[in-house]
Design a protein around this ligand. Structure first.
Ligand code: HEM
Length: 152
């Protein structure tokens, strides 16, 4: 594992992330843009699942918000991997970074579980509320752990 991390740190892309004057800042901005799209869309959908704006058809809200969330997720994941490249061994050793990645895996599993079985359209209101509350808590914790990474 240590060898893989050292190899990653020695790639030209990692070097560019460390040395480029504006590269790191630009990738960080893309990470934040991805997070904004992802968490903004997810929060709106979760609030609808919790019972807000009940007259708005759930499937239509999901059809609008899920592609925005998926685009944000791809952007945040891609830019996050590039930020990680700047210092792979140190990030990998940070408990807060490990917690953040585990929380992301949990949040994605929660979203997938609801969408695959039983599916948003056929889940019971209790199941929708449970999934939405868990999703809001997890994404909030991911946001906070990501922001705190800069300070530990
Ligand atoms: C997909 C959901 C994600 C969310 C909500 C998230 C959230 C955040 C937040 C809020 C920041 C602080 C940004 C700033 O204030 O400038 C951050 C930074 C960072 N994120 Fe993410 N992140 C996500 C995914 C990832 C992934 C998948 C990785 C790596 C594989 C990653 C690696 C990083 C790194 C290395 C930093 C910089 C930390 C530092 O300042 O030293 N993130 N993230």
């Amino acid at each position: 594992m240590a060898e893989l991390l050292d190899w990653l740190a020695a790639t030209p892309l990692a070097e560019w992330m460390r040395l480029s004057r504006w590269g790191y800042a630009a990738v960080n901005a893309l990470h934040v843009l991805g997070i904004a799209l992802l968490v903004g869309a997810i929060a709106a959908l979760d609030l609808r699942l919790l019972g807000w704006r009940r007259r708005l058809p759930l499937t239509q809200a999901a059809r609008l918000l899920q592609p925005i969330a998926a685009t944000g997720l791809l952007l945040a994941l891609g830019a996050g991997c590039l930020l990680f490249l700047a210092d792979p061994a140190d990030y990998a050793a940070m408990p807060l970074f490990q917690i953040k990645l585990s929380l992301i895996a949990l949040a994605l599993a929660n979203a997938l579980a609801l969408n695959l079985r039983p599916g948003i359209a056929s889940a019971t209101p209790r199941r929708l509320r449970l999934s939405a509350a868990l999703s809001l808590l997890l994404w909030l914790a991911i946001l906070v752990s990501g922001r705190f990474l800069a300070f530990v």
